[in-house]
Design a protein around this ligand. Sequence first.
Ligand SMILES: Cc1cc2nc3c(=O)[nH]c(=O)nc-3n(C[C@H](O)[C@H](O)[C@H](O)COP(=O)(O)OP(=O)(O)OC[C@H]3O[C@@H](n4cnc5c(N)ncnc54)[C@H](O)[C@@H]3O)c2cc1C
Ligand SMILES: NC(=O)c1ccc[n+]([C@@H]2O[C@H](COP(=O)([O-])OP(=O)(O)OC[C@H]3O[C@@H](n4cnc5c(N)ncnc54)[C@H](O)[C@@H]3O)[C@@H](O)[C@H]2O)c1
Ligand code: SF4
Ligand code: FES
Length: 804
Amino acid sequence: MEKKKLVLIGNGMAGVRAIEEILKVSKDLFDITIFGSEPHPNYNRILLSKVLQGDTKVKDITLNDWEWYEENNITLYTGETVTKINPEMMAVVSDKGRVVPYDELIIATGSVPFILPLPGADKQGVTAFRDIKDTDIMLEASKNYKKAAVIGGGLLGLEAARGLLNLGMDVSVIHIAPTLMERQLDETAGRLLQKELEKQGMKFLLEAQTQEIYGTDRVEGLKFKDGTQLEADLVVMAVGIKPNIELAKESGIAVNRGIIVNDFLQTDLPHVYSVGECAEHNGIPYGLVAPLYEQAKVLASHICGQEAAPYQGSVLSTQLKVSGVEVFSAGDFMDGEDKKSLKVFDEQDGIYKKIVLKGNKIVGAVLFGDSKEGNRLFSMIKKEADISDTEKITILQPIGEEAGASLVATMSADEIICGCNGVSKGAIVQAIQEKGCTSVDAIKACTSASRSCGGCKPLVADVLQLTLGSEFDASSQKEAICGCTTLSREEIVDGIKEKGLTHIREVMNVLGWESEEGCSKCRPAVNYYLGMVNPTKYEDERESRFVNERMHANIQKDGTYSVVPRMYGGVTNANELRRIADVVEKYEIPLVKVTGGQRIDLFGVKKDDLPKVWQDLDMNSGYAYGKSLRTVKTCVGETFCRFGTQDSMGLGIDLEKKFEGLQTPHKVKMAVSACPRSCAESGFKDIGFIGIDGGWEIYVGGNGGTHVRGGDLLYKVKTDQEAMEITGAYLQYYRETANYLERTSAWIERVGLAHVQSVLDDKNKRTELNARMDEALSVYKDPWKEIIESKKTTKELFETVGIS
Ligand SMILES: Cc1cc2nc3c(=O)[nH]c(=O)nc-3n(C[C@H](O)[C@H](O)[C@H](O)COP(=O)(O)OP(=O)(O)OC[C@H]3O[C@@H](n4cnc5c(N)ncnc54)[C@H](O)[C@@H]3O)c2cc1C
Ligand SMILES: NC(=O)c1ccc[n+]([C@@H]2O[C@H](COP(=O)([O-])OP(=O)(O)OC[C@H]3O[C@@H](n4cnc5c(N)ncnc54)[C@H](O)[C@@H]3O)[C@@H](O)[C@H]2O)c1
Ligand code: SF4
Ligand code: FES
């Protein structure tokens, strides 16, 4: 059966969740194309607050990496916005003029932040807080400026303010209402929250109406309606969001505040669905992921032709993601004429709890200071639980046996543990008992619990502990390498060694993988571990490598490749330069650039030209794409520099020639400088050498990327030969003990410098490590030459792998 064409507009949280749900039903129904305005793969927008607060990094919030799209045959156009939907042609048109037909279309364009139309709102230093770009603006501003003003004291504004405080800024929150988070909290909780945040260093201007943002080019401050002013050199607007409906509206789709959808997420245009913050169901556009994920599930069933229960709207619960503050709110939390409340207020400890009752049914709750009961109350609210037979106060304040018992122990199987993803205690217990999950990460992969805001992690861990009982060992809370298995790196490597496993499939079968095919996380990892354990026998499985490593070149955003030939130690000659120049002209290569690692990078090479380019270059691959030794950067050293005390180019070339092509858990960069001035930046490399009188200092674990880290002094050695010996042993130990994709900087922090030194101090161990290193190096062949020599590989690689 021919696949139907499915187009998704919006590569965000709700749209891609709908695609994940569709793929769970069947991978064979649709040819999927996704357009996303942002230049990133699908990421966890929720965690931007945590990025700003310094708890995580942008690179760690990806939900589905580039490989996921490729693996699921999804054509992805990032940095490309759909500007038109043509219902007659059943096609969408992008801002790049691309026309893509659809049989089914999903609009998931999310929201746009509301920007107050104030004079000066377009000045430099004024930003919203919605995406990675906004987060980068704030992170950057905090390096050069001191005073931040956040307009809006809702969830987003307060999370932004906490982040900016963490970044060392002086932060004022300007809020229009008399109390904070008035859309989620009653007055008492709002005031308690303000007090707590003031203790953390936040300042508040309540009932303040901003009139103008002043400054020349950059913002210098705010003027308020009452004539007062506030100095600020960064202004963050967090005053709510608007569903992003323009595209739908212009295409004639019925809209109100959002794109109007029915109970199956269909718009009024045939074959066009809408999901996420842009959609309006029964008059409500939602702004939290839990309802959007519920919608995604219904949409997926319907579009796949399955019988689906209709979406009937969602009850909401929220939690503020600010450490040290427990705030929870759910349902209809305001008491009034027909709603009465029950409250507990411990002023001394700053704990406030309230439930709102309509007759005998719980319809809402607010908790401050202690939100443990949040999930239980939320379940009761969702079920509209009748509490006529319960002693009311015990709902808020468990007493007797219940008070002492673990919270999860008292929860029933249908109670929700992960609000964002709607995962119940029963589903988690099932994952533990039936799928063998033994860690929070494994449960995340199996059930999605804790995959979004992460707030439920402690509860998931409690369920784990409760279910495993005496088998639970907190200290052995190993991390499974991915959701396809419950095994850790060590267990897999041990399994490979003990059982003599030789192929990825065999590893998966014998070690009991849950998913038959594995995934883009475990396959490259297992491929590496197999090669590391059996370097001479293992045949690398090309299909399990990331696309750049398969193609032996770096794929660029326009689908062309960049090519970096090897130049040992960054040293070249007229012959090589002449060949490079000829290749550039012959293949009309649009950009030639010198890299930070002292190499020449040829950008814009067409896929079909790659083998011919390599042939004509007649140089080895510089492995600029690989989890391997990348470059050894060198200064000119004693040969030319008057400060030089050592032959840095000589050692650099020797190192690069020896360790070229070595497969490592992550990329490895080296540098050799001939004196402490360190012109080759040896202090920020995986391994850096600094020439001193009578020898070398060897620094390790340095990193100049997103996690900047100065290297640690590992040893001082006297000769080049000793430097090579230590490097061999050190790199081999890293290869054998690091997790796949763990840089040396992270590895050395995990295992400890002293530990590594204690291993390398042992002469026998050093010799053994070097022997295994030599074995690994013995199988290296230059991949470009190998490909050129094999017509079959050239054909397979350059004719069968379709990358759009
Ligand atoms: C800092 C922050 C913290 C948050 N914290 C929480 C939280 O703790 N809990 C919670 O439940 N929710 C939270 N949210 C809200 C949550 O992130 C959103 O509800 C969710 O991301 C909405 O998903 P969506 O897919 O509808 O929209 P989005 O994730 O915004 O995705 C829409 C995507 O579509 C793209 N797009 C728009 N128009 C086009 C077009 N024409 N062509 C191509 N692409 C287009 C956009 O660029 C965007 O990438 C938070 C939001 C932010 C900003
Ligand atoms: N922890 C979480 O669940 C979380 C975190 C961040 C964002 N979000 C979601 O992201 C979206 C955006 O969050 P938000 O906080 O911007 O929206 P919001 O609508 O919840 O809050 C906006 C706040 O800004 C205030 N405001 C409005 N106009 C103002 C003005 N002129 N001056 C000062 N204050 C003004 C409002 O009184 C309101 O409290 C929401 O859907 C929210 O649910 C959720
Ligand atoms: S590191 Fe020292 S020896 Fe090398 S180029 Fe710089 S100053 Fe000269
Ligand atoms: S409650 Fe947000 S991830 Fe579970």
